[in-house]
Write a protein that binds this ligand. Structure first.
Ligand code: PNS
Length: 158
């Protein structure tokens, strides 16, 4: 069975993430969406909140599970018997860092990385920009699922 891991912070999940996970699920037998637990990075949503939103996004996807991980991504992949990391590549600006991480991960363990070109519809979308635009009252309703939008509005109003 071919298992892939889609890792990230997902703070919060966007339609760009949903697109990559959906396409990964069409390529692999099982996909594990892996939410990084990173106490040194300030996040808008807790890991549990991020997992809940991702599980909502994946309700229709039978072969997709959502889990959290801490430490090295390759250790999590080995633990989960995943052979491949799948990530989205939004633009050439992403490439240098993604290449470096892919090569580092391949040197640490026998884990390959597949970079999927992001659907151009979402190439400008990132969780950081969505949060910034939403914080200043901009309309991000087309960029995240409705339950994410509700939580965003609620959190930013607190
Ligand atoms: O959504 P992000 O924040 O861009 O995701 C980055 C992520 C989680 C893929 C990356 O930071 C990661 O893999 N972190 C785990 C620690 C690790 O393995 N670091 C070495 C990477 S070569």
């Amino acid at each position: 069975m071919r298992i892939a891991v889609c890792p990230g912070s997902f703070d919060p999940v966007t339609y760009g993430h949903v697109d990559i996970v959906t396409r990964a699920a069409a390529l692999f037998d099982q996909v594990i969406v892996a939410v990084l637990v990173n106490d040194s990075k300030r996040s808008l949503f807790s890991v549990d909140e991020r997992i809940e939103m991702l599980r909502q996004a994946a309700t229709e996807m039978a072969a997709v599970e959502v889990k959290s991980f801490s430490g090295l991504l390759v250790d999590f992949c080995v633990e989960q018997q995943a052979t491949t990391i799948v990530k989205g590549l939004r633009a050439t600006g992403d490439f240098d860092y993604e290449l470096q991480m892919a090569q580092m991960n391949a040197s640490l363990a026998r884990v390959e990385t597949v970079l999927l070109p992001t659907n151009p519809q979402w190439s400008f979308v990132s969780s950081s920009l969505v949060k910034e635009v939403a914080r200043f009252g901009g309309d991000v309703s087309g960029l995240v699922p409705s339950y994410v939008l509700d939580r965003l509005k609620h959190r930013l109003a607190e």
